[in-house]
Write a protein that binds this ligand. Structure first.
Ligand SMILES: C[S@@+](CC[C@H](N)C(=O)[O-])C[C@H]1O[C@@H](n2cnc3c(N)ncnc32)[C@H](O)[C@@H]1O
Length: 282
């Protein structure tokens, strides 16, 4: 396991993924009943953009640094940026802070969840797990586990709340990760059919993604919403061109909510107006 998210924290793919996560949780929190959030590949919890890792890749410069100081932003982006700003203010001790820290998915969810909600975080890298455990030590509603994310799906589903959001955000270090996902998801859905599942995936070329979409459609008999954002042409071999989220059992009108900010995001993040965005049912 070589992947460390510190190299990629705050990148354009993080912004896309985390904004969608905020849309999902906002929709689910419209009901008062408690929900359970399961983050199968949770990472370290938050990242220092001044650290050697982030400074080496500088991926945050074409991501969060481009929008952190924007004022005239869509409502959902404002809510997401408030969370990033709060994390920076916590460390700087001042309300008007500059950008240094970037929250990972567990910290973003903690910002939005209510006291009645619960979070389960699994992470397999021992160092990332230690950082995550330390960061969430004082968070009573969170449990943190050194565990394979796919084992976590078996161990923690269905949640006792019977309402849940599951983020599956693997590093895609292994070439067969997409195929593993297509196998793991039917098992998870068998255990918890009504859960909302958000699966992040990288876009390097369209053929691989079309194949992944086809296998999702064949193996999962549930509504699946696809949202994607690319900032380079999709078959450009030099870069990670974009990323997508496949959302199983999407909340009502999620597509419309995402389209309120995705065009804005593409305009602000795309490189010379390359790439594209899309939201559609599979
Ligand atoms: C893309 S990062 C997660 C980022 C995080 N979800 C966020 O949005 O802030 C993927 C994480 O999965 C971890 N990981 C790799 N293989 C895993 C596995 N089989 N089970 C759980 N975690 C794993 C990596 O150590 C890494 O921290």
């Amino acid at each position: 396991m070589n992947y460390r998210h510190g190299y990629h924290a705050g990148s354009f793919t993080d912004i896309f993924k985390h904004a969608i996560l905020v849309s999902l949780i906002k929709s689910l929190l419209q009901k008062n009943t408690a929900i359970c959030y399961l983050d199968t590949h949770a990472g370290a919890g938050y990242y220092d953009l001044f650290a050697e890792t982030a400074q080496k890749s500088l991926e945050f410069e074409s991501g969060i640094a481009k929008i952190f100081h924007e004022n005239n932003v869509p409502t959902l982006i404002h809510q997401y940026l408030s969370c990033v700003q709060k994390m920076n203010a916590r460390f700087s001790g001042s309300k008007l802070s500059s950008l240094r820290y970037y929250p990972g998915s567990p910290s973003i969810m903690r910002y939005f969840l209510r006291p009645q909600d619960r979070m389960i975080l699994t992470e397999l890298h021992p160092q990332e797990y230690q950082l995550l455990r330390r960061e969430f030590a004082g968070t009573k509603q969170a449990s943190v586990h050194l565990l394979d994310g796919y084992q976590g799906l078996k161990a923690f589903l269905p949640p006792k709340e019977r309402r849940g959001l599951i983020l599956i955000d693997p590093p895609y270090e292994r070439p067969n990760e997409l195929a593993d996902l297509a196998l793991a998801l039917p098992m998870a859905l068998k255990r918890f059919a009504t859960g909302v599942y958000a699966i992040w995936y990288p876009i390097k070329d369209r053929v691989t993604i079309d194949h992944f979409h086809r296998s999702l459609k064949e193996t999962i008999q549930k509504p699946i919403l696809i949202a994607e954002l690319s900032i380079y042409p999709e078959n450009s071999p030099l870069h990670l061109n974009g990323s997508g989220m496949a959302i199983i059992n999407p909340p009502w009108q999620l597509d419309e909510h995402i389209l309120e900010y995705l065009p804005w995001m593409w305009q602000h993040l795309s490189v010379q107006h390359q790439g594209q965005y899309q939201v559609s049912l599979l």
